[in-house]
Design a protein around this ligand. Structure first.
Ligand SMILES: CC(C)(COP(=O)(O)OP(=O)(O)OC[C@H]1O[C@@H](n2cnc3c(N)ncnc32)[C@H](O)[C@@H]1OP(=O)(O)O)[C@@H](O)C(=O)NCCC(=O)NCCS
Length: 182
């Protein structure tokens, strides 16, 4: 049985606020739903996981103990979810690779939380036993690219008009990766 992030760790942010970073659990359905409601329409259009869709929220919460998936959240003093990250181990010949997702609620951005959570989810991916982590995002999402390149990720490729948003517009995506020690 692999080790899991059970206990929350408190993190002080640059703006004086603090959050607890912990594993998502089966009681988080309403909190994750509420988190989805804090995301701007643009984020909802572009994110791979549609946080405005209650079926997707259920799928994520139901997977909170899946062996091939690590999901972590940051919560504020009221216990509200203010950021979410996931590492999903890929199947088959890419079983040594995990795919990372990261999203911070707008009111909590630019305080270092994205960077903290990115570090935590890379650790969680290592805990899955993978040796490579990848993250993909729209080419226009430069903040995410800044975070992951600071963590040592390199751009591995760009796919033209590979993502379609919920308004039907096509976007280029950037794939970044890093090799991690198991
Ligand atoms: C990307 C995202 C997670 C960043 O969260 P955050 O909490 O604001 O990130 P941080 O405060 O840790 O910022 C880290 C660095 O990213 C860069 N950055 C963050 N926001 C930025 C912005 N709006 N414009 C330019 N650079 C930005 C900066 O280099 C920043 O470091 P600095 O504040 O020391 O200059 C957040 O903007 C988000 O959820 N975006 C939508 C989803 C997404 O794009 N996810 C990433 C790929 S999965």
């Amino acid at each position: 049985m692999v080790q899991r992030i059970e206990a929350g760790s408190s993190v002080a942010l640059r703006d004086g606020r603090s959050v607890v970073i912990r594993a998502l659990d089966e009681h988080d359905r309403n909190a994750l739903d509420a988190f989805g409601n804090t995301l701007p329409r643009n984020d909802i259009l572009y994110l791979e996981d549609d946080f405005s869709n209650s079926e997707i929220i259920s799928r994520l919460v139901n997977a909170s103990y899946a062996e091939n998936w690590r999901q972590i959240v940051a919560t504020n003093d009221q216990g509200e979810i203010v950021a979410y990250a996931a590492a999903l181990q890929l199947p088959g010949w890419s079983e040594h690779v995990a795919d990372i997702r990261l999203i911070v609620s707008p009111a909590w951005r630019r305080s270092g939380l994205g960077r903290h959570l990115a570090q935590a989810i890379v650790e969680a991916a290592r805990d899955l036993g993978v040796s490579k982590v990848i993250v993909d995002m729209l080419a226009a999402q430069t903040a995410g690219q800044a975070i992951f390149s600071r963590l040592g990720f390199a751009v591995e490729g760009q796919l033209a008009r590979h993502a379609i948003d919920r308004d039907g517009n096509l976007h280029d995506i950037v794939i970044m990766s890093a090799f991690v020690r198991v």
